[in-house]
Write a protein that binds this ligand. Structure first.
Ligand code: TRP
Length: 355
């Protein structure tokens, strides 16, 4: 059905305050994936967002803001499929079936649940616990082959692979009986794509902590909607150590703030840390920060301005999301029809061909 060799899927949660970490670790890489021979789907995962309480008065705005960031960064909504998760019912349907495939023991090992639930585990939502199962459904509803994510999502992708394999295995006879065994079972084993110089962008105030929307200090992060003056001020205030920059990457070890700023520079400029140190090895931070301010302002200020322009016209964004949802559903619906057949459900007859 699809003319592309690969299917790329990724998601971003609309939980407010998008920052440089979201851009370099995810959105910028989504843009780059469009150059591959791939159908790319980029999803605003609103159903994941509500695993932690979200103010209903703010959530719609947050969903539109992530969409605006996608578009402003260069995701082409004609070439790629841009949508929000809750508009495509197949995500929730497949998640339920996967709830019956995944094992409690698997979910008990998820470190993100432990971090997010904190000490009061009894009071965490069932949704927070089942979060990785919904993520597996996001990916496998499209039978995605490639998933660009940050380092922190690696464990969830391994769980996705486990679910795909267990489904293929538990239902192998039924999969074959329904003519869906394409050599490797029904669901593909997804490739995680983790990496790049800024797979992990750290706080500007503490190079050992991840840049985070929930850090109390706004100076710890560059928000995508910050204007040129605040971007410049935050880079100038960023924590450093007293030494000059090393000329080799090995010299960055044990210097988390230096490593972070060099990584940010490299990612913004599409070069490696080696390249950056070839130019700045031996330089003082004052000089390096000057160059980083210029680069960051030149890249991020127009992006923020375009986001603001787009958010001011919700109708345009909502039209993109509606078009994306329709095209996403056209891919996911045949998968779900096949899954229902495989599991043994009697389904409402519909005339979908399976890709
Ligand atoms: N859990 C991801 C994050 O917080 C977001 C996400 C949800 C996702 N579903 C996905 C990422 C599917 C990749 C594929 O970053």
């Amino acid at each position: 059905m699809s003319a592309f060799k690969e299917l790329v899927f990724s998601g971003v949660q609309p939980t407010g305050n998008l920052h440089l970490g979201n851009y370099l670790g995810a959105i910028k890489r989504f843009v780059e994936m469009q150059a591959r021979d791939a159908q790319c789907l980029y999803c605003v995962v609103d159903m994941h967002a509500i695993t932690l309480w979200q103010d209903p008065a703010a959530l719609k705005g947050q969903i539109r803001e992530v969409t605006a960031a996608f578009l402003a960064a260069g995701i082409d909504p004609k070439r790629s499929i841009v949508f929000n998760q809750s508009q495509v019912p197949q995500h929730a349907e497949l998640a339920w079936i996967f709830n019956c495939v995944a094992r409690l023991g698997w979910l008990n090992r998820m470190t993100q649940f432990k971090d997010k639930a904190g000490k009061d585990r009894e009071n965490a939502s069932v949704g927070l616990y089942a979060y990785p199962v919904l993520m597996a459904a996001d990916i496998l509803a499209y039978r995605a082959t490639h998933v660009p994510v940050g380092e922190d999502q690696k464990q969830h992708l391994e769980l996705t692979r486990d679910i795909a394999q267990k489904f293929n295995n538990d239902f192998s006879q039924s999969i074959a009986a329904h003519g869906h065994d394409e050599g490797a079972g029904f669901f593909p084993v997804t490739e995680p794509l983790i990496g790049g110089p800024a797979a992990r962008v750290m706080s500007l105030r503490d190079g050992t902590k991840k840049m985070s929307k929930s850090d109390v200090s706004d100076n710890s992060r560059i928000n995508l909607t910050d204007d040129a003056d605040s971007i410049a001020a935050k880079v100038r205030k960023a924590k450093t150590d007293p030494d000059a920059l090393p000329s080799e990457v090995a010299g960055l070890s044990g210097r988390p703030e230096a490593d972070n700023l060099v990584g940010i520079f490299a990612a913004l400029k599409d070069v490696s840390r080696e390249d950056v140190l070839r130019d700045f090895g031996g330089a003082q931070f004052s000089a390096f920060k000057g160059a980083l301010v210029e680069l960051a302002v030149e890249t991020l200020a127009p992006l923020g301005a375009e986001m603001k322009r787009l958010v001011a016209d919700p109708a345009e964004i909502d039209a993109v999301l509606a078009d994306g949802a329709e095209r996403a559903e056209a891919i996911a619906a045949p998968t779900l029809d096949a899954v229902k057949d495989i599991v043994g459900f009697v389904r409402r007859t519909r005339l979908h061909a399976v890709r």
